[in-house]
Design a protein around this ligand. Structure first.
Ligand code: NI
Length: 136
């Protein structure tokens, strides 16, 4: 099994909060991330595809095609957006790194040009990183 990764970037704003909680509880749990006017991150996402190497192309997946799928269904929807209000696949979701990674997975899992989606790694900052490998 071979694993191939495409790295992409987007910038976006969000506010972390749970609408069913009081202001005090939101402030206690989310702190600065609960700032009502929001704040931004420079996100990086790494999309890893697993598969066998095609003997004719030498590829697991054509990265040009993978890039196009990621841009159409993920980056174009997230880049320079407000993740609380502007993104169809995050509607009703608290846009934590975890929930963004799950949303990206759902956008891509049935759209792989070749191979199968193995992992979404999302860097919210250089130091805060989540990995999602689907429901298991
Ligand atoms: Ni944040």
């Amino acid at each position: 099994m071979m694993y191939v990764t495409r790295r992409e970037h987007f910038s976006a704003a969000h506010r972390l909060y749970n609408p069913s909680w009081s202001d005090e509880q939101n402030d206690r749990v989310f702190g600065k991330c609960n700032n009502p006017a929001g704040h931004g991150h420079n996100y990086y996402v790494e999309v890893t595809v697993a598969g066998e190497v095609d003997p004719e192309t030498g590829y697991v997946v054509d990265l040009k095609e993978l890039k196009r799928v990621i841009h159409t269904h993920v980056i174009d929807k997230l880049d320079h957006r407000n993740l609380n209000t502007d993104v169809d696949f995050l509607t009703g979701v608290n846009p934590t790194a975890e929930n963004i990674a799950i949303g990206i997975w759902k956008q891509l899992v049935d759209r792989m040009p070749q191979g199968r989606l193995y992992q979404i790694r999302l860097y919210e900052t250089e130091k805060n990183i989540v990995d999602y490998r689907g429901e298991a």
